[in-house]
Write a protein that binds this ligand. Structure first.
Ligand code: ATP
Ligand code: MG
Ligand code: MG
Length: 350
């Protein structure tokens, strides 16, 4: 059988490795240490030194196709690898999705709506951007942000200096604050042959900038934007030449769906698909990158809910299983820090 390389050692890599094993593939994980949760589940593992050609050559030698489970990896090593082994999705998807300015411009050029935004690389530019966009607004680092990290909300122009210091004076974008009723995501999959499919959109509720819960079917305020958002996501996947899962996050507003950000990978808001869809996002990602036909994205029940188990929720886990229809997923992370995603649970009502 073939070997799939996975760059990154988190829970997404772990769930990809499980899906790959079910389809008869072995996985080789490149991760910081053998205790990484994905490495524990993979067939083999190389310690991550993304900038070492020796390490990358070893990964290329041992794999038939390479994918990634996080986008905060330098583009250089991924481009180097893609010269030796197919990397899916390709470096183009990665380079756009890891830069908030590029992803917003890319999606806007394809007809997507975004919040008003401006690139900010100095305090002077930040002040000019606040004058143009106004407050409230959100300052986000251009790169490397996740789970609301690297973001500051600005209620008033007087907070500019403190906000600039807060994000470490790094290149950033300033976004106008969007008034929305709900958040949702489109999880789309593009096959090696260009086939496109997407899942019904989950309603995503966040707490402290972190996804707390996804619910399906989505309420009417989201459902009315479904077709427009899914069409846009398909267009983005095609324009990127993307192969695999691509996730776009949206705000549901009076004016239509407003694009927030994208991830060139399986996504936390798609974890419900393991039990709640005919084919999980992880299996469909593996199918796509291995050139297999894509599976059905239909719901398996009338109602599906995914709840993230974050940080200190740990003590409640055993009692959660007292409810027989609850599926518990624990990621095998040792230390529960506040804000750390430790697992999730899914409930499907038939
Ligand atoms: P993720 O973990 O999803 O990658 P992230 O750190 O990249 O998160 P965003 O998705 O950009 O951050 O923002 C996190 C949350 O903050 C959003 O889901 C939304 O609730 C809120 N938010 C972000 N940008 C805006 C905006 N322009 N207007 C209103 N709310 C926003
Ligand atoms: Mg993000
Ligand atoms: Mg987000």
């Amino acid at each position: 059988g073939s070997v799939i390389g996975i760059l990154g050692g988190g829970q997404l890599g772990r769930m990809l490795a499980v899906a790959a094993a079910q389809l008869g593939y072995r996985t080789h994980v490149l991760a910081p240490d053998a205790e990484s949760v994905a490495a524990q589940t993979a067939s083999s593992y190389t310690r991550a030194d993304y900038h070492s050609r020796i390490v990358l050559d070893e990964v290329a030698d041992q794999t038939d196709v390479v994918t990634y489970e996080f986008e905060n990896i330098a583009i250089g090593p991924v481009e180097y690898l893609s010269g030796k082994v197919p990397v899916r999705p390709g470096p183009q998807s990665l380079s756009i999705a890891q830069d908030r300015a590029r992803e917003k411009a890319f999606v806007a050029a394809l007809g997507g709506r975004t919040a008003p935004w401006a690139s900010v690389s100095t305090l002077e530019e930040f002040k000019a951007a606040i004058r143009e966009i106004g407050a409230p607004a959100i300052l986000k680092t251009l790169r490397l942000g996740y789970d609301g990290k690297g973001q500051v909300r600005i209620r008033d122009a007087a907070e500019v200096e403190a906000a600039w210091a807060d994000i470490g004076e790094r290149p950033a974008i300033l976004e106008g604050f969007v008034t929305f009723s709900h958040e949702f995501s489109i999880i789309t999959v593009r096959g090696l042959d260009g086939a496109l499919t997407s899942y019904p959109p989950p309603w995503n509720e966040h707490k402290d900038g972190i996804l707390a819960r996804s619910t399906l079917p989505a309420p009417a305020e989201i459902a009315r934007h479904w077709a427009e958002a899914a069409t846009l996501a398909g267009r983005v996947a095609e324009a990127l030449g993307h192969v695999g899962v691509l996730t776009l996050e949206f705000f549901a507003t009076e004016d239509g769906p407003v694009f927030n950000e994208m991830a060139p990978r399986v996504h936390n808001s798609g974890h419900w698909t393991i039990e709640g869809a005919e084919t999980s996002q992880f299996e469909n990602h593996i199918r796509a990158i291995c050139g297999l036909p894509l599976g059905s994205t239909a719901l398996t029940g009338s109602h599906v809910e995914m709840i993230n188990l974050i940080g200190s929720d740990a003590d409640q886990w055993p009692e959660l299983l007292a409810e027989p229809a609850t599926h518990l997923h624990l990621y095998g992370k040792g230390n529960a820090r506040p804000g750390r995603k430790m697992g999730h649970l899914t409930r499907v009502r038939r």
